[in-house]
Design a protein around this ligand. Sequence first.
Ligand code: ATP
Ligand code: MG
Length: 297
Amino acid sequence: MSDAIEVSGWKHVYSGKVRDLYVPDVTPEGAHADRMLVVASDRVSAFDHVLSPGIPGKGELLTTLSLWWFDQLAGADGGEPVPNHLTPDDLPAEVAGRAMTVRSLDMLPVECVVRGYITGSGWAEYVVRGTVCGIPLPEGLENGDRLPEPIFTPAYKAPLGEHDENISFDKTVEIVGAERAAELRDRSLEIYRRAAATAEARGLVLADTKFEFGADDAGVLRLADEVLTSDSSRYWDAEAWRAGATPSARMASFDKQIVRDWLAAHWDKEGEPPALPADVVDRTVARYRELLERLTA
Ligand code: ATP
Ligand code: MG
């Protein structure tokens, strides 16, 4: 994507749907860099499409929330430190507030999704097959119900432009090996449980979330990318969930669901998605901001 900005001292090398990646500008062409600058843009994606317009301020909100969670998981919440990709470098002024400097890791091509509640693509599979990513679930669940236990439901991280695809644990073993697959599952479930407890103490349900991990030069698995943001997670108001009579009343969300719902009602997923109306943009940024305030206050 061409809207990546110039950053002094850094060279733009890649743009994902939301983030722009840079390496130190002294890095020779094609060489491996140890450090990277990850800049969160205001772009928003849904159903694997980047939408227009962007959501003003979103990059900064996502980065602030990610950094807060990385800090919690590094031990601020009282738990064992989870290794992550952050490095302590100074941030260039042009991107201060919406960037982080990180170790450049060998990323594992698996999106580590954990669901404590059933909705979204998990619900869609359950309705047809009674399973999510091949995991059998009890009969009679409603959209938005809490699961008996959180489940690990990985997705294969498709190259840019293709769709991520839910996969079984066996398929994960095929992709990354048995040992790494078990490590990804156990680490993901542990982080989800910790984060869900933190969210619950603040009146929020962490319904599901997605982690990405990479290995450093020593082979250590590190939590990377963004973590527990309103882009990568579904958060609901705990009180509304308890009291809500209908699925939509229960799932009063602080996340990208506003965008997904509008898009699902106004687009048949063929061709380019329509532009988001101003009120959807405004509501989304307001909810992202409210989530940050409720979690970090
Ligand atoms: P989406 O997350 O919406 O599926 P995407 O994955 O295409 O989109 P972004 O999240 O916008 O892309 O871009 C971030 C990219 O940087 C991803 O490809 C992610 O795997 C990668 N990445 C994140 N942290 C690191 C890291 N420490 N080392 C190497 N690559 C990283
Ligand atoms: Mg990503």
